[in-house]
Design a binder for this molecule. Structure first.
Ligand SMILES: Cc1ncc(COP(=O)(O)O)c(C=O)c1O
Length: 390
């Protein structure tokens, strides 16, 4: 019997992420090289993982406080103070979440009213728009253009703000473009948020994955910003633990409390054992992170150099995260057609720029969170395959 049950009406406004589609396509090809993944290919240090086993042996397998174990919240307040000189109350201003993804979702469900406009980056991380729509909000796209190094223009942002604008989402270092903002660039952007009394959700999950002389500035450190900024962060990228699903969000109590309420009913608390893993990651030596970023840097240069040599790709050397976002317009096909072509002809998966928004059309995202030799092989295959397109 065919079931007559259907998904709820509210899901009509969202569809499955364009990134997932490729997993299915790629599964059928045995020698596929995946450059579509958004996760480090490293394993966290043994002492970090051991903290999880140890916690299990000690019987820490029960619900934790809704906002997370006190030791982890305490350690995070020290980390935030050390990194950015900002103080937060560990009991009321930090919430431990199931990855940054949950934190983004909580922020949108907790703060956006039906009809509120939310400015989101385009191209931007795939969770923002569905989160806004499910909250009943209206996504307003901030164009991130290649000619401006994928940085938002103050004029564009100003012109997009209306009486209904409530929240701006910013994400630096950026997925999918790898862009990073300078101190001055952030200053002029956040000034708008202060003048128009808007909330800023600053997604900083790539804060530690940054290269050359580029520096990451936490948005809450800017004048007038701590009281209106929710910072989203995660252990996924910095400590290569995407599957452990552990993240956090911090901000002023008034902004964090609504998130807490949704979190309480949605997940009760984050996984107890991974909270101890996160604590060990945060408290121990940080050379693992440094070494991982050094290796990413080596790969970043390789991918950029190779793409530069392949006719048809055009891209700048990105300053953060682990993605390059080349312009592929000269191939004369859509981004999606090109990514499909690369799967079939080169056996390499990438992501169509259009999966990140309309302004991503004409680009593809290549992740270099894959072994150096694999990247070399993938780029050789791509070079050979695209020759057929000229
Ligand atoms: C910009 C950005 N924010 C948030 C996340 C969420 O990561 P997680 O839920 O694993 O912490 C990702 C993951 O790809 C991301 O790229």
């Amino acid at each position: 019997m065919v079931s007559s049950f259907k998904a709820a009406e509210r899901l009509k406004c969202i569809k499955s992420s364009g990134i997932r589609r490729f997993f299915t396509l790629a599964r059928e090809i045995p020698d596929i090289i995946s450059l579509n993944v958004g996760e480090p290919d490293f394993t966290p240090p043994k002492h970090v993982l051991d903290a999880g086993w140890q916690a299990a042996r000690e019987g820490k397998t029960h619900y934790t406080p809704t906002n997370g174990v006190p030791e982890l919240r305490e350690a995070l307040t020290h980390k935030i103070y050390r990194d950015y000189g900002l103080s937060y109350d560990p009991d009321s201003e930090i919430l431990i979440t199931v990855g940054g993804t949950e934190a983004i979702f909580l922020a949108l469900l907790g703060l956006v009213n039906p009809g509120d406009e939310v400015l989101i980056p385009d191209p931007g991380f795939v969770c923002y728009e569905p989160g806004v729509l499910l909250a009943g909000g209206v996504p307003v796209h901030i164009p991130l253009l290649e000619e401006r190094e994928f940085k938002p223009s103050v004029d564009d942002v100003t012109s997009l703000i209306t009486d209904k604008s409530r929240v701006i989402i910013l994400n630096y270092p950026n997925n999918p473009t790898g862009a990073v903002l300078s101190h001055d660039e952030i200053s002029s952007l956040v000034k708008i948020a202060v003048e128009r009394d808007m909330i800023v959700i600053s997604d900083e999950v790539y804060e530690k994955i940054i290269y050359d002389a580029a520096k990451h500035y936490c948005l809450a450190t800017f004048k007038g910003m701590q009281e209106r900024t929710l910072v989203i962060n995660s252990f996924s990228k910095t400590y290569a633990m995407t599957g452990l699903r552990i993240g956090y969000v911090y901000g002023p109590k008034d902004l964090v409390s609504p998130l807490w309420l949704v979190h309480q009913y949605a997940v009760a608390c984050a996984n107890s054992l991974t909270q101890y893993v996160a604590l060990a990651a945060l408290s121990g030596p940080q050379d693992f992170v440094k070494n991982m970023v050094q290796e990413f840097d080596r790969r970043r240069r390789l991918v950029h150099k190779k793409l530069d040599e392949i006719k048809g790709f055009k891209c700048a050397l990105p300053k953060g995260a682990f993605y390059v976002f080349p312009n592929v317009r000269s191939f004369g096909s859509s981004s999606e057609e090109l990514t499909e072509f690369l799967v079939r002809e080169a056996h390499v998966t990438t992501v169509s720029g259009s999966a990140f928004g309309n302004y991503g059309e004409g680009y593809i995202r290549i992740s270099y969170a894959t072994a150096y030799e694999q990247l070399e092989e993938a780029l050789t295959r791509i070079e050979k395959a695209v020759k057929k397109l000229h």
